[in-house]
Write a protein that binds this ligand. Structure first.
Ligand code: NAG
Ligand code: NAG
Ligand code: NAG
Ligand code: NAG
Length: 349
């Protein structure tokens, strides 16, 4: 893939690729992607027709060879340092903060975000230590005036992080062992490959640019640029007739769509922070990671364009996890002990 310095990508929803066959062929050069059940246009909402009776084994495949490559995973308490780039509403920040806080919240109702994190915790390092149970909000930095413009490249993203950790006032702390740097861009910011190939990605910073090796992720608000792609199923691509968007649980299509991508990236950062720990595929410059394997799967039966069995709130909103005071829709994670994607809202648990 000619993606320059490859990060780890959260790809657009599988549904979108239905309309992008050429891109699909392009992406299929990615190792182990061939297992993915592509949506069938004639039964866009009927997973049973597509997948027969394989309800239990969402995403399962004998071709997935997820391996541990001996690098570190985040076993110490994880602290998420957030950079809010561009224009963010107070309420938008609150939704995202409460999702992150929900990851290690004990008392959310089943099925909960913290139960979802249990699948991530199944991954260990060389010493057998599991990924940390604790994920908490760290420091935050506002970059309200678009310090590096409204169009960012993969490299200028590192410069944004550098600005945040070297700021004269209240710089973000440097914590390579347990810190995770989350750059969130507002809906008027374009990031290289956003909407064409990615909704978010993770990687680590280069000492030559930032001064340190820090695991980071970028996730963009797609509300204006490509909600049908990156905020699916709360928005749907308009080239697929008859498909209706679902009501989002927190009343903000762009941000509710970001939540699953943020979950995807945090899960992968925890299990593959320096891109030398848990991934499948032969090519370390294009690893397929624990959330990549379950993209588009949010519930039992999920796959292709079908999200799987979800929960419906009394207000008509669709979600699959409960968090602190809120509900969220978050994709499932690959379970390497079972060999398929799992989540706490599975019907057979
Ligand atoms: C799509 O599903 C229909 C109905 O089940 C089936 O007849 C058709 O062959 C499928 N197409 C593909 C490409 O799988
Ligand atoms: C597909 O969606 C339509 C409209 O929401 C519904 O009437 C139909 O039963 C669904 N089909 C399947 C197989 O779920
Ligand atoms: C730690 O990982 C091992 C191996 O995957 C798993 O059996 C165990 O349940 C995990 N422990 C926790 C607390 O998640
Ligand atoms: C990690 O977090 C737990 C709470 O989940 C806390 O009890 C513990 O003291 C923390 N450890 C460190 C080293 O901060």
């Amino acid at each position: 893939m000619s993606l320059g310095c490859a990060g780890r990508f959260s790809e657009p929803s599988a549904l979108v690729l239905l309309g992008l066959t050429i891109l699909t062929l392009f992406l299929s050069s990615v190792p182990v992607s061939a297992w993915r059940p592509w949506p069938n246009a004639t039964v866009a909402n009927g997973s049973d027709l597509i997948f027969g009776n394989s309800k239990k084994y969402e995403g399962s495949s004998e071709f997935v060879r997820l391996k541990y490559h001996m690098g570190p995973v985040l076993t110490a308490n994880i602290t998420v340092h957030t950079i809010w780039y561009g224009t963010w509403q107070r309420e938008q920040k609150k939704i995202i903060r409460e999702f992150i806080s929900s990851i290690s919240a004990d008392h959310s109702r089943h099925p909960s975000v913290s139960e979802w994190w249990k699948t991530v915790r199944l991954y260990t390092d060389q010493t057998g230590a599991n990924i940390s149970r604790t994920v908490r909000i760290g420091s935050e930095k506002n970059d309200r005036f678009y310090s590096h413009g409204k169009t960012l490249t993969r490299l200028s993203i590192q410069s944004v992080i550098k600005s945040a950790v070297t700021a004269k006032t209240k710089p973000l702390p440097i914590s390579p062992q347990s810190g995770l740097y989350l750059l969130l861009t507002s809906d008027d910011v374009y990031v290289q490959d956003f909407c064409r190939q990615v909704c978010g990605f993770h990687y680590f910073t280069f000492p030559s640019i930032v001064g340190y090796t820090l695991p980071y992720a970028w996730v963009g608000n797609s509300a204006k640029l490509c909600p049908g792609m990156c905020a699916y199923p709360f928005a749907v691509p308009n080239y697929i007739p008859g498909l209706k968007a679902l009501k989002s649980p927190n009343g903000d299509v762009g941000v509710d769509g970001m939540i699953s991508v943020i979950g995807h990236e945090i899960a992968e950062l925890a299990s593959n922070p320096l891109v030398n720990a848990w991934y499948a595929g032969q090519d370390p410059s294009f690893p397929v990671e624990i959330a990549d394997l379950c993209e588009g799967i949010y519930g039992t039966g999920g796959g292709g364009s079908y999200t799987g069995q979800l929960l419906d709130g009394r207000d008509g909103a669709t979600y699959n996890l409960n968090g602190i005071r809120r509900r969220f829709l978050v994709q499932w994670i690959w379970n390497h002990l079972l060999g398929y994607c799992t989540g706490p809202n599975a019907l057979d648990q």
